[in-house]
Design a protein around this ligand. Structure first.
Ligand code: AMP
Length: 319
């Protein structure tokens, strides 16, 4: 089944002269790694094609690569490929739907089945792992190259928390090993992804010192506008602190609530055991079983999410 989809994707790439690759808003390393990794694969094998990677850039992740500017009329005859994005509202740049054909490649639960071709593999640690697997399957027809390997490796490292999270499989490690044979420095990527600005380091200290931890193992912290301003931090500066509560003994699932400029809270939800994406779905969000995102309109909804986490922990502790 997977191999048939790989063949169909290859045919679509081969048949189209213009290919535009999208991914989700607020990009993380896997969104950028899968998007740019695929762009590098196609560019190397088909230098006569026009390949674009589009979306907002993220300053802290510019080491993975830059975005391209695309004129709207380029979409008319284009194949559009969307990586790492479960649902259409989260796709960065709404022109994705105006191409000739659409392909979805993702590893999140398939909540929104879109695309003329849809390749969803929830067993993969990351979308970058899927793109690398596609390239390894296609071998001579869409071979890996150094630039692609570097971007894909960064994506895998990002989504697995440097091979820490449960989604890291033997296949993930095999693929990472293949990527490492190319001429880039894996340790440099690791160091770049492990280096934070001073303000993020200060915010990290604040999060570790102030996270509330319940007896059942639910951790949470609210990062209000005041707190973010105090640390001169933006919404995207919260990405490196999301995993921190999980490093504290006894914390099993946790939430970081980030107050947004125009009201409401972005909820960044994580777990080391209980499945949390059902909670996320009830609060205007979704995601993976152990890493999800949602939106809370006010403090009352935040309390509701914390209560739902507590209930999950009650059930979890009975197992
Ligand atoms: P984040 O905390 O933003 O890093 O998100 C963690 C995971 O949850 C990501 O892999 C996203 O796929 C998913 N996610 C985040 N926000 C949303 C949302 N509003 N709707 C659906 N999925 C989301």
């Amino acid at each position: 089944m997977l191999n048939e989809l790989y063949e169909s994707i290859y045919q679509a790439i081969k048949e189209n002269q213009t290919i535009i690759i999208h991914r989700h808003v607020r990009p993380d390393p896997d969104a950028l790694g899968s998007q740019l990794g695929l762009a590098h694969l196609i560019r190397q094998q088909f230098p006569e094609k026009t390949v674009y990677a589009v979306g907002e850039e993220e300053d802290s992740l510019m080491f993975i690569g830059k975005m391209d500017q695309v004129e709207t009329d380029q979409y008319t005859d284009a194949l559009v490929i969307v990586t790492d994005t479960a649902n259409r509202p989260r796709i960065d740049d709404k022109r994705f739907s105006t191409g000739r054909a659409l392909i979805k490649i993702d590893h999140h639960p398939d909540e929104d089945h879109y695309g003329d071709i849809s390749l969803v593999n929830t067993q993969a640690s990351s979308c970058s792992e899927i793109i690398a697997d596609l390239s390894l399957y296609l071998a001579e027809r869409l071979p890996l190259n150094t630039e692609a390997a570097r971007a894909l490796y960064a994506g895998i490292v990002g989504d697995t928390g440097r091979f820490l999270y449960a989604a890291t499989s033997p296949r993930t490690m095999q693929i990472a090993a293949e990527l490492m044979t190319f001429d880039f420095s894996a340790s440099e990527i690791g160091q770049l992804m492990n280096t934070n600005s001073k303000k993020v380091a200060n915010l990290s200290g604040f999060v570790l010192q102030n996270v509330e931890i319940s007896d059942l193992g639910v951790g949470y912290i609210i990062l209000s506008r005041d707190i973010l301003e105090k640390f001169d931090a933006t919404d995207s500066d919260t990405a490196p602190v999301v995993s921190l509560p999980g490093t504290i003994e006894g914390v099993m699932c946790w939430a970081i609530f980030v107050e947004q400029e125009y009201g409401g809270y972005r909820c960044r939800l994580r777990s080391k055991g209980p499945i949390i994406n059902e909670v996320a779905k009830r609060h205007d969000g979704g995601g993976h079983p152990l890493a999800s995102g949602a939106n809370a309109k006010d403090l009352a909804e935040i309390n509701q999410i914390i209560d739902e986490f507590e209930e999950l922990m009650v059930e979890w502790s009975k197992q």
